[in-house]
Each structure stands twice: as structure tokens, then as C-alpha cells.
Ligand binder design. Sequence first.
Ligand code: DGT
Ligand code: CA
Ligand code: CA
Ligand code: ZN
Length: 571
Amino acid sequence: MENIEIAKTFDEVADLLEIQGANPFRVRAYRNAARTIGTLGTAVQSMLERDGKALEELPGIGADLAGKIVSLCRTGRLPLLAQLTRKIPESLVALLRIPGVGPKRAKLIYTKLGVKTLSQLEKAARAGRVSELRGMGPALERTILRGIEQDRTRSTRVPLAEAEAYIRPLVDILREMPEVEQLDVAGSFRRRSETVGDVDVVVASSDPAAVAGRFLSYPDVKQVLARGDTKCSVVLRSGLQVDLRIVPAASYGSALYYFTGSKAHNIAIRLLGVKRHLKINEYGVFRGRRQIGGRTEAEVFRAVGLPWIPPELREQRGEIEAARAGELPSLVEIGDIRGDLQMHTDATDGRNTLAEMVAACEARGYEYIAITDHTKAVRVAGGLTKAGFAKQSRAIDAIRQRASKLVVLKGAEVDILDDGSLDLDDEALFDLDVVVGSVHSRFNISKAEMTKRIVRALQHPKVHILGHPTGRLLGRREPYPLDMTEVVKAARDYGVLLEVNAQPDRLDLSDLHIRMAKQAGVKLVISTDAHRVQELDCMRYGVDQARRGWCEAMDVANTRHVAAFRKLIEK
Ligand code: DGT
Ligand code: CA
Ligand code: CA
Ligand code: ZN
């Protein structure tokens, strides 16, 4: 059992408990456990094999939850889940994906209308029966119908980080084989797309049968779609499809290049080859029948007169022209990042104390960080009042007394209220070093209203960063309607940084919006928005996203030294 499957099971338990109206603390406990397990660096299964008690030491996991994890790993089932689904159908959980339908409404819809599935909900909404329920109305009914439509067209793509978790153990096994000379994960995974359709693995080996055999016998394989000596395709238990290509070392570079894609990029490169009377495919670069290259990727690019192009750029968005002109960006790297400017502590909805977050950031070698807990409007997160921030400020002063190289900046993630005003008074704001302004409520307003709301917030002299600018949650919530051109313009005019939120289910801004901001001369900031120490490690997903947006280190504010960063955010 993979960590991520355990996490999903706990999330489902939390959903079902919530629909039943269970004690919110109990719901929270399962959600927190899901997050802990989902973001854990080591496999729970292997922890159990080594030391049965180690689980209980994880944050948010006591003896009771540890016992549940053990039985889940041993039997693949959780009795509690079965018990819950005896009372209410499991299919109701799908209703929660629809905007406007929370647990209370899902329960109401089920008990009053007998609706158990999305298609039944659609029927009921079309018949106008949903709007007749207490607290609902025609506007909500329309939102629900629109949500169901979007849910249907949404594909089964998997967030990159999730695919990474599923594929890592398999890749580790293959890499250990002496028959595997080289191995890379190619495709959209290597291009670091925010979601992947399937995972493409490329291997160099002179014994393809051995590699294919090991691949097909991997215990997590649920279904074999294709089996051949050089080409196999399987579906893992998680539902993720994995394609494997095995080639001789002399073709490895061209196979890696070819299966990295994107398709549009490949076609453009192949056409450049045709002009030079070259044939370029997954087996190599050929002049007539003679192979003239393909052992490395660089040889493929060299054959068409280009320098090697980083995979993140291979989307046929001008990278070939830039490469030809010698103007490829020198992309930002994880090692360039000197600070993390959004994170939460247990003063609000974070899991770790201020001291623990600080220590974890010191261990990661950062030069500076900002502690940015929520403000009071975010009630579910226990957002801080002015007094709460004053208390935190004293705690940070105490930490600053200790000799440490890490600069701890005082910050807040301040809610942008309905009218674009801020959820903290000016006096409190002016005591802070770094203010992230974010929208967490009232997503269902018009594009014009949302744009006005955000632009007004950016005008405030103490808003330095716009947090997760579009509010999307990959696969779960569409971005709120927003005129990004206007927001980018306002960010430039008022000297506000736009956040690239590195949480794997946010990655907000998107790659295209990042590039738009960069081209407008707006600086970005890559932040983890960590709610626990392990999440500090998701910085690399934000960096990948910024690379897809063509960012160099200079485009990213938190690659600067702390003094230069502070100067940059002065308005
Ligand atoms: P995905 O899986 O939907 O997230 O996206 P990719 O880019 O990983 O696409 P996939 O898995 O269908 O194929 C992997 C790569 O193989 C793709 O990026 C480029 C290459 N490829 C696939 N089909 C074609 C094709 O018809 N022509 C060319 N030139 N390349 C192709
Ligand atoms: Ca793929
Ligand atoms: Ca594929
Ligand atoms: Zn937030």
C-alpha cells in the first residue's frame, strides 16, 4: 500500500464523516492524518516493517490512527470506511467535487431528494428540485449544473507530485537492475507539466527481455495493456498508466528526446531535420540509412543546429526560435532559492510550531523566511486577530535573539475581503515585514468584480505579494474568473509580486500566466505555503512551474539576498 493510497482512504473517511455531520475535530483528525501520510518522505509500509511504534510518533497520528494504518496496510481495507458506507453511500463523496456542494448540502440533497450520484444530482437540478431545498436557490442550482459539466470534461489527469509518488518505487526497482544502463522518465513528467496523462519510462539496455519481465511482474501492476520486448504498457493499482520503451544505448538519446515531447515540439524539430535531409525519430538521427547521431539528446539538437533545450520549454511556444537566436533563458534552479515567503504555524492551521518551522528552514539552508499565518476571516483556520499577530511578533523577536543566520521575517497571509479591503488594520499591517494578500472566500462573483477586488487590494501600500492568484485547486476547483492582464498590470504599477504557490495541487500561477507576468516585467515569488515542515520540500514543484514559465533567477524575487529582497518589496 502506497502512502498516497492511505492518504486517500483517510480523506474519504473525513468526507463521509463530514457528510454525516460528525464532530469537526474528528473530521480534522482524519484530514490531518491524510496530509501527514501523503507528504511523508518515507513509505509507511517500510516503517511498519522496521518498527511498529514509529507511526505513532508522526504528528497528528496517535495510537488509534496508527492501528488503523496497520490494518489498512495488512488487509488493504479499513473497517471504519465499510461501516460508514453502510449508513450513507460512498458515491456521495463525488458530490463534494461540485462547487457549491459542501458536506451539509450533500447530506440534504441525499436525504431530501434521494440523490446518490452525480448524474442523479444533474437530473434533480435540471428538474429544478435542488433550488427548492432549504438554503439553496436558482443561482446555486446553475452553479451546480455548470460544475457537473466541468467535472465531466475534466480528464483523468494526475497531478505531477502524485504521479511522482506512484512511479518512484517502480523506477527505483528498475534502476537497481544491472541490465538497466540508463533510465529516465520522459513525457509530460519530464517536461514537469502540472498534471500528467500517463508516465513514459525510457530505458537503455542490451537485455530488453529482462527489463520488460521485471516491469511486467511489478506487484502494483493491475493490468497489462501491451507486452513486447521493447515496448510495454501497464496500468498500476493507482490507475496510473505507465509506458516503457527499451532501446539500445546507441538510440537512447533520440528515444529520450522523442518520448519527452511535446508532440508539437517534436514535429517542429523533425521538420528542421527534413530541411537538412535528415530523418529524426526515436531510433536516431539518420542521413539516408546511416545513423549519424542519437546516443545523447544533445546530438539530436546538434543535428538541426540547435543547443540542447530544457524539457520544460519543449512546448512549441517559441523555444526553437529562441534556441536558434541563442536566446534561451537560463532557467531558475532550486539552488537559486534563498527564502520561502509563505508558511503557516500552529498559531493558525499549520501543524508545526513557530520554532519547528524555523528549525526546519534553518536545516534547509535558507537565508530568510516569512511566517505568514492567516487573518481572522479564515475562521476554519483559526485566523489571527491583531492581538494574535502581536503575540507572534514577540515570539519571533525572541527567536531573533538567538544567534542564527536565518532571518525570520514577520508576515501574514491577509484575507482580501469582498470589497478588496484587507482583513487586518493598517496599524497591524505596518508592523509586518511581508504581507501576502489572498482571496479565500466568495469565489462566485463576476470576473469584473473579482478583478476590481484584487486590484484594489494590490493598491494597498502594505500588500507585497498576491498569494495563489487564481485560487484554483487542480482537479477540484476551477480558477475564479479573473482578468489576468489587468492583475498583471496592477502588479507592475503598484510593485506587487505575484506568487507561484508551490503546493502541488495549486501550482498557482500557471505556466502561461507566469510567462505573461515575466514579459510584463512583474517579479514572481515562489513560496511553499507549507502547513507543516515536510511541505517545505514542495519548493521544487514551484521552481519547475516557474521554469515552464521561462523564468530566470532574476525574475524570481526570492533568489535575491534578504537585503535586496526587502528593498524590492518597498513600495
Ligand atoms: P500526457 O501523457 O498526456 O501527459 O502527455 P505526453 O506528452 O507525455 O504524451 P504521451 O504520453 O502521449 O507521449 C509521450 C511523448 O511521445 C509525447 O510527448 C511526444 C511523443 N509522441 C507521442 N505520439 C507522437 C506522435 O504521434 N508524433 C510525435 N512526433 N511524437 C509523439
Ligand atoms: Ca505521458
Ligand atoms: Ca504515453
Ligand atoms: Zn491561502
